[in-house]
Design a protein around this ligand. Structure first.
Ligand code: HEM
Length: 228
């Protein structure tokens, strides 16, 4: 019997924690870009008063640092989840990194010259490589942020972090260079975001079963071809 109904198989792509952390990190990154640019160029100044109580710059710095440490904490846990999550899709994707056929197939697909190659996990090798570079970028911005932090807050955690990372500050040529690195990493992240969103939308439009909604709902739906 013929029917108009279509059947779909449902596979889990991203676990609830992976999805939750994706959005926490997205929020932190947007907030850090905004507050970071304020710290670099304080475009608002509080009303001038005889008693200096309007610490707008210090408040921006506090919230920047809070979001910064939240980003660091979530990123640590995200790396842990990559290795331990029950949905193995991410880990399995690493295998395709070493398969030249899949690389070539994927490049062709992006150039509209061929079908999507069969991939083992949830990311194609170009995507996996891009996310790896992004993770390194987060590491760079976090380390440079931590160095900037201990130059503002000298005691407590600042003292411990200074003890841990002073060598890195010296290795890159001093505090001025750390600030430049923090800026370059900021701009690289700013470039990454529109490309990331464009690629996600492109994939969802070109391959509807690889929809953008899996980072919200967690599942990927593929049409099941049943024999009648
Ligand atoms: C996506 C991540 C981040 C972005 C886009 C970002 C961006 C920026 C920018 C543009 C500045 C201004 C630098 C200047 O011209 O002086 C800044 C300053 C700073 N950032 Fe970040 N940042 C990020 C992550 C972090 C992290 C993880 C930390 C550490 C916990 C951090 C701590 C600081 C500190 C302490 C300052 C200096 C504040 C001051 O000069 O008083 N940032 N950030």
């Amino acid at each position: 019997m013929k029917t108009n109904k279509k059947l779909f198989t449902r596979t889990i792509t991203f676990s609830p924690l992976v999805r939750f952390f994706h959005w926490i990190r997205a929020f932190c990154i947007f907030f850090l870009i905004f507050s970071g640019f304020y710290l670099a160029y304080p475009f608002l100044i509080p009303e001038v008063s005889a008693t200096p109580t309007n610490f707008l710059y210090a408040s921006f710095r506090s919230f920047h640092v809070i979001a910064g440490f939240l980003l660091i904490a979530v990123s640590f846990f995200r790396v842990y989840l990559f290795f331990t999550s029950k949905s193995k899709g991410e880990r399995v994707s690493a295998k395709d990194l070493f398969d030249t056929k899949v690389w070539i197939g994927q490049i062709k697909n992006y150039l509209f010259l061929g079908a999507h190659p069969h991939i083992k996990g949830v990311y194609n090798p170009i995507q996996f490589f891009a996310y790896l570079v992004f993770a390194i970028l987060i590491l760079i911005i976090s380390l440079s942020g931590v160095i900037l932090y201990y130059h503002v807050y000298h005691d407590g955690l600042g003292g411990i972090l200074a003890y841990m990372f002073k060598w890195l500050e010296v290795a890159v040529g001093g505090l001025a260079n750390v600030r430049i690195i923090h800026h370059i990493a900021t701009w690289t992240i700013i470039l990454f975001i529109p490309v990331h969103v464009y690629m996600v939308v492109w994939n969802a439009v070109k391959h509807p079963d690889g929809g953008a909604d899996s980072i919200v709902g967690g599942y990927r739906y593929q049409e099941a071809h049943l024999k009648e």
